[in-house]
Design a protein around this ligand. Structure first.
Ligand SMILES: Nc1nc2c(ncn2[C@@H]2O[C@H](COP(=O)(O)OP(=O)(O)OP(=O)(O)O)[C@@H](O)[C@H]2O)c(=O)[nH]1
Ligand SMILES: C[S@@+](CC[C@H](N)C(=O)[O-])C[C@H]1O[C@@H](n2cnc3c(N)ncnc32)[C@H](O)[C@@H]1O
Ligand code: SF4
Ligand code: SF4
Length: 343
């Protein structure tokens, strides 16, 4: 059964429409990537959300349907590690039934993907994005903070591809940690035929100790690859695409560059983010959000929730990365953690 949804587009203060909803389904993760959940902060005593605080699949689906009625076409399931949420394929099946959803994707660290790829595909998922920062076990183990091996993630990627899922790979590049892996990763995934995207290391949250000199600018990444394997720029797939696309000359294989630090893309940012406990954030670097769990549990009707979200989006002025680029004072604010908001 497909649920019919009447759409009404909404815009923020900078005339940006709402198009994408990124839904976190858990704040827990089996990795402790230093740039996201450093062990010294997210250690054994860290209080994760209790089960009652998490939005149920019914609540997530109801919100997704409301967001779709406000112009959202693309849903991304994230976390923490989304595959740690039990029965994730059931949620995919429920979201699939919403009319007007053009695209559903899952972002995962890949460690549990070999086990779940088939069920995700059967539930109607068409693609996954797997995060992988190195092909070198020592560096990867250090970056993921738990000593996970590269082979486990590659098995996940292979299982996803074998199940018929389209696979993209995301690599955060951090100078001094894994910048030597840019070329080996490009070569490997070019041969495999999966799109690899390089993400500039960002100052998300308050705990990763980010410094500008640890950022490897996308420009340098392109130059490094281009010297060995010539590249040419290609047009974006759609308005507001996060990654700038490049193709290996003479092939159909491509890479993407996500340059949030050196080439901010806030002016076309159409993304809303929902934390696992139902806080709505209008920027990855937000300090505060709007609580949607309370309206859900206090039985507001759909029209009331829709108005609440519309008002919140209409007031939106976020452009953090552009402000960072122009050295706007006062950016040293408290920010929501990446594992909470989902990246
Ligand atoms: N600063 C900033 N970074 C973002 C934003 N959206 C995505 N990113 C970064 O880019 C990474 C990759 O994002 P994805 O979720 O793979 O991007 P996407 O646009 O949904 O992917 P595709 O639909 O496959 O193109 C995220 O994990 C973030 O690190 C954004 O709005 N602002
Ligand atoms: C927060 S994770 C959640 C999903 C899943 N656990 C994963 O790692 O794919 C989403 C994405 O955010 C990226 N990310 C986390 N911290 C980052 C940072 N400081 N700078 C840039 N990207 C970051 C990760 O590499 C990952 O691709
Ligand atoms: S980036 Fe993903 S895998 Fe790494 S700690 Fe954050 S949530 Fe976990
Ligand atoms: S910094 Fe905020 S406004 Fe800018 S692109 Fe990222 S999420 Fe959007």
């Amino acid at each position: 059964m497909t649920l019919h949804v009447q759409t009404h587009r909404i815009f923020d203060q900078l005339q940006r429409p709402l198009r994408d909803l990124r839904m976190s389904v858990t704040d827990q993760c089996n990795f402790r990537c230093r740039y996201c959940m450093p062990e010294e902060i997210f250690g054994p005593g860290y209080q994760f959300l209790t089960k009652e605080k998490l939005l149920s699949f019914e609540e997530l689906t109801r919100l997704a349907r409301i967001f779709v009625s406000l112009g959202v076409e693309k849903l991304r399931i994230t976390g923490g590690e989304p595959l740690m949420r039990p029965n994730l394929p059931s949620l995919i099946r429920m979201l699939r039934e919403i009319e007007g959803v053009r695209d559903i994707a899952v972002t995962t660290n890949g460690s549990l993907l070999a086990k779940h790829a088939g069920a995700l595909k059967d539930a109607g998922l068409t693609r996954v994005t797997v995060s992988l920062d190195s092909l070198n076990d020592e560096r990867f183990g250090r970056m993921n903070g738990r000593g996970y091996k590269v082979s486990q993630i590659i098995e996940g990627i292979d299982a996803a591809a074998a199940a018929g899922l389209l696979v993209k790979v995301n690599m955060v590049v951090q100078k001094g940690a894994n910048d030597q892996d840019v070329l080996p990763m490009a070569t490997y995934f070019r041969e495999k035929g999966h799109i690899l995207r390089f993400i500039e290391y960002m100052d998300v949250g308050n705990s990763n100790g980010w410094k500008l000199d640890q950022v490897m600018p996308s420009r340098q990444i392109i130059e490094r690859i281009h010297r060995e394997m010539p590249l040419e720029p290609i047009e974006p797939n759609h308005y507001g695409e996060v990654a700038a696309r490049y193709r290996y000359v003479g092939t159909t294989n491509e890479i993407g560059l996500i340059s949030s630090v050196t080439q901010a893309f806030c002016s076309t940012c159409t993304r809303a983010r929902l934390s696992a406990e139902g806080q709505l954030y209008t920027c990855l670097f937000a300090s505060a959000g709007a609580d949607l769990r309370k309206p859900l549990r206090e039985e507001w009707d759909d029209a009331e929730i829709r108005t609440y979200i519309t008002d919140y989006w209409n007031r939106r002025q976020d452009r953090y990365s552009e402000e960072r680029l122009s050295h706007t004072p006062g950016l040293n604010k408290k920010k929501v953690e990446m594992s909470h908001i989902g990246g």
